[in-house]
Design a protein around this ligand. Structure first.
Ligand code: SF4
Length: 361
């Protein structure tokens, strides 16, 4: 790991090893996260002998990596492929919506949780991203400066990689890092405990909990993690935490035709969430080959929404974007570089990302 992705505590150790005074760590952080430099040589307020010693140890490159491919959707959504962990790649999506530009980033190459509706889950697990691999999907993004929100909803279960996720959240929000408000950041999970408790207590970001069924046996079939981590326990943990103020809890629910979209499901969901201050997002499912599930139609989703509203919940139907380039919810699936012809594994044309200039500001 290079310098990029280190927290201030780690940079303090680095600065001390190279004989810098304590504020040297702040200087390095400023170059990395405020000035966005790519090369140690560009850190011009560090003594030359220190820069040379650092280059000898880390190489001149601070450790950021440009995306290697991208696709553009007809609705404006962009999908990027970033190299990570030497042999793998992950996908990130940039989703425009009026004034907002949301970056959906990945935390793992693949995922071990095998949710039945998710293409990432079909890949299996291939590795945890390090903090620099997570942060790089923002730092090396061509649209970086226009990003208004970041959601940890791409490939992987973030709470299965909790240490790297917490460190990346620290750098996103710290004054020495990207100094973002935690209300611009949302971490999504299927409800892994006790990592959820750490996310609640050690950060102030929004939390999205994927529920998808109020009935445990049925949820096990959709979200196998239910067997080890019943969603009722995650909801109780969130309820006890009394999260309020600017911080939000979102409940994610995808209605599937003839499966979890009945009035009985909506009533049971309302009972399960009683006493929890939250907003419910109903997420239309994008049908994909090989997954024997169909999303509920719009009238059915609206009826589900109306039932939840009758029980006093704020429930919204999320707009689905980027489905034509497999960038919508649950569709990210690339962990390999595109082949020589630029095709990804779903035979979708990937555009080589040649011509992206390294960004330094
Ligand atoms: S929905 Fe999330 S937790 Fe489930 S398999 Fe997909 S990436 Fe993993």
């Amino acid at each position: 790991m290079g310098l990029f992705g280190k927290t201030i505590a780690e940079l303090s150790d680095t600065a001390a090893r190279f004989g810098l005074r304590p504020y040297g760590a702040r200087q390095i952080a400023h170059w990395l996260y405020a000035k966005h430099v790519n090369r140690i040589e560009e850190m011009t307020n560090l003594p030359r002998r220190v820069r040379e010693a650092m280059v000898a140890q880390y190489g001149d490159d601070v450790g950021r990596r440009e995306p290697i491919a991208r696709q553009a959707s007809c609705d404006g959504t962009l999908k990027y492929l970033f190299p990570v962990l030497d042999e793998w790649c992950v996908e990130s999506a940039v989703i425009p919506d009026g004034e907002r530009q949301t970056l959906c980033l990945s935390t793992q190459a693949g995922c071990r949780r095998a949710c039945r509706f998710c293409m990432t889950g079909r890949l299996g697990f291939h590795g945890n991203l390090t903090p620099d691999g997570i942060l790089n999907q923002y730092a090396s993004l061509p649209e970086r400066d226009g990003i208004t929100n970041i959601v940890f909803m791409g490939m992987g279960e973030p709470l299965d990689n909790i240490e790297a996720v917490l460190r990346s959240l620290e750098i996103f929000t710290a004054d020495y890092g990207y100094a973002m408000s935690p209300t611009r950041l949302t971490v999504s999970t299927v409800g892994i405990l006790p990592a959820l408790e750490r996310l609640i207590s050690e950060t102030r970001c929004h939390i999205a909990l994927s529920v998808h069924s109020p009935f445990s046996e049925e949820r096990k079939r959709l979200v196998p993690a239910e067997a080890a981590y019943p969603v009722a326990n995650a909801i109780e943990t969130l309820r006890r935490a009394r999260i309020g103020g600017q911080r939000r809890i979102m409940i994610e629910y995808t209605p599937f035709e003839g499966l979890n979209d009945t009035s009985a499901h909506a009533k049971a969901l309302a009972r399960l969430l009683r006493g929890l201050r939250c907003r419910i997002n109903l997420i239309p499912f994008n049908s994909v080959p090989g997954i024997p599930l169909r999303g509920s139609d719009r009238p059915r989703i609206e009826a589900f929404q109306a039932e939840l509203r009758r029980h006093g919940f704020m429930a919204t139907i999320r707009k689905s974007k980027g489905a034509d380039i497999a960038a919508a919810c649950g569709l990210l699936h690339n962990i390999h570089p595109p082949d020589r012809d630029g095709e990804d594994r779903c035979n979708v044309r990937m555009e080589p990302a040649r011509g992206f200039e390294p960004r330094t500001h």
